[in-house]
Design a protein around this ligand. Structure first.
Ligand code: NOJ
Length: 548
């Protein structure tokens, strides 16, 4: 009997920031109604799931990751009934909805925290957060937001104690040692499950518990709690994705992916190696990292992002060589700036010097590797960013829909916009937008759509096996995706120069071969093919017949 696949295995996830995607009521702030109005675009593009960054009430000191009410919607975005409309409309179009679930912390304005600081020391109310009389507790836990914080402890004048925060001082960490906290957060999971969401992206999962003498990351107690979350999901009986955000090496991220814990995790190491391969023209480490990820968690459970709403993480000094990091950074208009907390604070297109060839190359990989390709809103257009805005806002500016005022994002007067629409040279919304690119057959947008259409027809790319083949060229990676009746061969050139190489086709002797994107017939696979890939070029070949 054929294996039943979960909806998320190999699904293409589109990440968007609701405040920056589309404004439905003309107040200058993107909202849920705006998104509902644009669902047909996402369906047209061919993505399968939409991941929304947090939509909950929040003072927005950390882009909504500082929450004051886990069971409601930020009034600027809509309300629970607009959310219901979104779910129903998305489902009617075959699109899934993934919510951000922030377990680790709340906003300091959350009623729980306000209650905690006024409650007596040692009381159950105070115990909802992590407190200390001095700052020496958990001193092995590194400070994550190094640009903004110098300590994980903040003095609270009312409580007369320090509280622990792994992120901003406005985000006190919840105390998961407290069973009440655990139960409250499980109820949050139930609340959204019962409303019909299809998945959760679990923010900052490694940090739920603390222990003296450790980095306070991925502790056994944290895994035990995540197993409880999984149990709640399973009890609900629907096919719901639990996707971990753990910015860590594969060996530290994979323990979340055991059978009774989370379904998937982002592979940020792969992201780093993809950028490093473009910068260095060498695929050796990329091959190694793909191999390692598949060996530790085989199949399609890794989510594959290029960029997101945070900075680009290139490892904390041990992953990507310093000279390669320098190449990536100097590619950014010879500038050494843009370094924020743990990485480079730019969008994809400027990171690639605006070169659509490398955008295609990298997405061509994402769309053909085993896992869940993640597309960050606007990257399908090669949208730019606005360096100089505060924190990570340069990467979070309004989506460019049309050449009209504000890029068609909002009808509000420009100063009211949530963030300025991009008019920087080369990335001006009057030129670079959905409407224009839809009309240009050779645009990046139409290319993404065509790739996603092809991917949909090739079941081997969705959940087939994966095998890396030997390559005779140091800049070219060659691999196979294969299912019972279909084999897709991929070769991708990470060099700025063209590459000639031979591919050994012995094992498919006599099989018909077609190039996927343009349908060109290739010589019947016999022995070796000698192929040429242009600068940043790649190809997908279908060996054998398409699954009907
Ligand atoms: C990870 C999120 O992606 C980031 O934007 C946020 O600042 C931190 N978690 C804290 O919630």
């Amino acid at each position: 009997m054929a294996k039943r696949h979960s909806w998320w295995e190999g699904a293409v996830i589109y990440q968007l920031i609701p405040r920056s995607f589309a404004d439905g009521n003309g107040d200058g702030i993107g909202d849920i109604q705006g998104l509902v109005n644009r669902l047909s675009y996402l369906r047209w593009l061919g993505v399968e799931a939409i991941w929304l960054t947090p939509i909950y009430p929040s003072p927005l000191q950390d882009g909504g990751y500082d929450i004051t009410d886990f069971k409601n919607i930020h009034p600027e975005l809509g309300d629970l009934s607009s959310f219901h409309r979104l779910l129903t409309s998305a489902h009617a179009k075959g699109l899934k909805i993934i919510l951000d679930l922030v377990l680790n912390h709340t906003s300091h304005l959350h009623p729980w925290f306000q209650r905690a600081r006024w409650a007596p020391k040692g009381s159950p109310e105070r115990d909802v957060y992590v407190w200390s009389d001095d700052t020496t507790r958990y001193s092995d836990a590194p400070v994550l937001f190094r640009n903004f914080e110098s300590s994980n402890w903040e003095w609270d004048e009312v409580a007369k104690q320090y509280y622990f925060h792994r992120f901003l001082r406005h985000q006190p960490d919840l105390n998961y040692e407290n069973p009440w906290v655990q139960e409250q957060m499980l109820e949050v999971v139930d609340f959204w499950l019962n409303r019909g969401v299809d998945g959760f992206r679990l923010d900052a999962v490694p940090f739920l518990f603390e222990a003296e003498g450790s980095r306070c990351e991925g502790l056994p107690e944290t895994h035990a709690f995540l197993k409880k979350v999984r149990k709640r999901i399973d009890q609900n009986g629907r096919d719901v994705l639990l996707l971990a955000e753990a910015i860590q090496p594969v060996e530290e991220a994979s323990p979340y992916l055991v059978s009774d814990e989370l379904h998937g995790a982002f592979n940020f190491v792969l992201t780093a190696h993809l950028f490093a391969a473009v910068a260095s023209g060498n695929v050796q480490k990329l091959r190694f990292c793909l191999d390692e990820a598949q060996k530790s968690v085989p199949g399609c459970r890794w989510a594959l992002p290029l960029r997101n709403h945070d900075e680009l993480w290139l490892g904390d000094g041990h992953l990507v060589a310093e000279d390669v990091i320098q190449t990536i950074r100097t590619g950014l208009h010879q500038s050494n700036g843009h370094w924020l907390n743990r990485g480079i604070n730019r969008r994809l297109a400027p990171l690639l010097n605006g070169d659509p060839r490398s955008n295609r190359l990298l997405h061509g990989l994402l769309y053909s590797l085993p896992g869940m390709p993640c597309l960050y809103y606007g990257d399908e257009l090669g949208m730019g960013d606005w360096p100089g805005l505060r924190d990570r806002d340069p990467n979070r500016t309004p989506m460019a829909w049309t050449s009209a005022r504000n890029g068609g994002f909002s009808t509000a007067p420009e100063p009211l916009l949530v963030l300025p629409a991009i008019t920087a040279p080369g990335y001006d919304y009057r030129v670079l937008n959905v409407e224009v690119q839809k009309q240009l057959p050779a645009s990046l947008l139409n290319w993404h759509r065509r790739m996603l259409t092809c991917r949909r027809h090739l079941s081997a790319l969705r959940n087939g096996d994966f095998e890396i083949l030997e390559s005779t060229h140091p800049s070219v990676i060659v691999y196979l995706r294969s299912s019972e009746n279909m084999t897709v061969l991929v070769a991708a050139n990470f060099s700025a120069a063209g590459a000639s190489l031979s591919l050994n086709l012995n094992r498919w002797k006599g099989a018909r071969a077609r190039e996927v994107l343009w349908g060109c017939e290739y010589p019947v696979a016999n022995e070796d093919w000698f192929i040429y890939l242009p600068s940043y070029g790649f190809n997908w070949w279908l060996i054998g017949e398409v699954d009907e």
